[in-house]
Design a protein around this ligand. Structure first.
Ligand SMILES: Cc1cc2nc3c(=O)[nH]c(=O)nc-3n(C[C@H](O)[C@H](O)[C@H](O)COP(=O)(O)OP(=O)(O)OC[C@H]3O[C@@H](n4cnc5c(N)ncnc54)[C@H](O)[C@@H]3O)c2cc1C
Length: 374
């Protein structure tokens, strides 16, 4: 039986509404491909909040609209296709809000969720360090108890949006004697705190959305600890599930493909063949994401499969666009930016090599390479 890709009528209507809304809401703003990470506009964040599309799935008694996850999927896909500059709201909407709903205290939820919903609080994620990117358990930024507070010292790197964030969701070592996967805790850190220094890093496309962030005796109130003390590794892994399995990992440059397609000479059968691969590929990736959204994944860690497949697809899209644009890519900032940016797809949020290890070891049950004896 052929696959039926027809949406129920109400989702079609929601998609149309979102598509028309984003065109209108960004008509006077800068918008960009990869807008969920590099497109920043306070004005757009407020417009999105006013529309009710930040935290739309959060429970009603927690200030959300309790809408189904699939509606967030429908809206987010259209925001991505509309190149909406939504970096100011995407981290709270995609993962920090859900993490606080899962692990935060009632007080933390009451304190932080409403401002996220209103588009008035921006967040960054302090996970990676210079010597601990793939190996999150290797972090050395530490938080030491001082009365009821914590004092944080260390360095994070590649911290997207740190320069505009109000808050950092920070992962720290809190027990220096524990095994690497133990002894870590998560904190909410006020980015205006004394002792925080932010240094932007320029990426290959010339943009500097990510940063080095230095913490020098930064005081964090005790009530900003999220979840379990010395046992946050599982929380962090759960957060990465939110980070890896969504439509943002598939559709970052899809509008660029659709726009490029209009001027592509499809009389060449090899070009046509590649376009067919991309268009079926988008449907396959979309189905994988939808399984996450609909909680129909066949095994835990499914987001490792989704992100591996979808981000390699995004790179294929970038390569195709480069191929058909040819030397003119150098004249089109949009194309050259995407080409130089696209290696990031398979690095950020966990590299493809690490995700393939997860697929091999945890999903397929393949033997692990013996670790060297020390
Ligand atoms: C655009 C962008 C935005 C980002 N935003 C954020 C952010 O907001 N917050 C944040 O905390 N981090 C962020 N990151 C960092 C990102 O999570 C890390 O870059 C990523 O996890 C890889 O870590 P690393 O760069 O230290 O590379 P390494 O861990 O040093 O890896 C280097 C290479 O070795 C390979 N490798 C490492 N270990 C293994 C292994 N065991 N088996 C096989 N291969 C291995 C890797 O796959 C990679 O190819 C961002 C990165 C990018 C590119």
């Amino acid at each position: 039986m052929p696959m039926d890709y027809t949406w129920p009528k109400e989702f079609d209507e929601l998609a149309r509404e979102a598509s028309e809304w984003v065109a209108e809401a960004t008509s006077d703003l800068f918008n960009t491909d990869d807008g969920w990470l590099v497109g920043y506009s306070d004005e757009f964040t407020l417009r999105l909040a006013e529309k009710g599309w930040i935290g739309m799935t959060w429970p009603v008694d927690k200030g959300g609209d309790g809408r189904p996850e699939v509606e967030r999927f429908v809206v987010t896909e259209q925001l991505l296709l509309g190149r909406a500059p939504m970096a100011g709201s995407f981290f709270p909407d995609r993962q920090i809000g859900p993490v606080l709903l899962a692990y935060g205290t009632d007080e933390q939820q009451e304190r932080f969720l409403p401002a996220m919903r209103q588009g008035k609080s921006k967040w960054c994620i302090g996970m990676s360090e210079p010597d601990a990117g793939s190996n999150v358990a290797g972090i050395s930024t530490r938080a030491v108890k001082d009365g009821t507070n914590w004092i944080v010292n260390g360095q994070k790197i590649w911290t997207s949006g740190a320069q505009t964030a109000d808050w950092c969701y920070l992962i720290c070592r809190t027990d220096l004697d524990a095994a690497p996967h133990k002894g870590m805790s998560e904190f909410i850190v006020d980015m205006k705190s004394t002792g925080i220094e932010i240094k932007p890093i320029k990426d290959a496309s010339g943009d500097s959305h990510f940063n080095e962030v230095f913490f020098n005796d930064v005081l964090v109130p005790g009530e900003n600890l999220v979840g379990e003390l010395n046992n946050s590794f599982g929380q962090t892994m759960r957060q990465l599930e939110h980070e890896r399995g969504g439509i943002d990992r598939l559709a970052s440059n899809q509008r660029l493909y659709l726009d490029t397609k209009e001027s592509t000479d499809a009389s060449n059968p090899l070009i046509r063949q590649e376009m067919a691969q991309i268009e079926t590929g988008y449907q396959i990736g979309r189905d994988m994401v939808l399984r996450n959204v609909l909680r129909q994944t066949p095994f835990p860690q499914y987001s490792a499969v989704t992100k591996t497949w979808c981000t390699e697809f995004e790179q294929r899209v970038a390569n195709f666009i480069g191929l058909v644009t040819g030397a003119n890519a150098m004249l089109s900032n949009r194309v050259s930016r995407n080409l130089t940016y696209s290696p990031a797809y398979t690095i950020m949020g966990g590299t493809t090599q690490i995700l393939r290890n997860i697929i091999g070891e945890r999903i397929l049950g393949l033997p692990r390479e013996p670790r060297p004896q020390s």
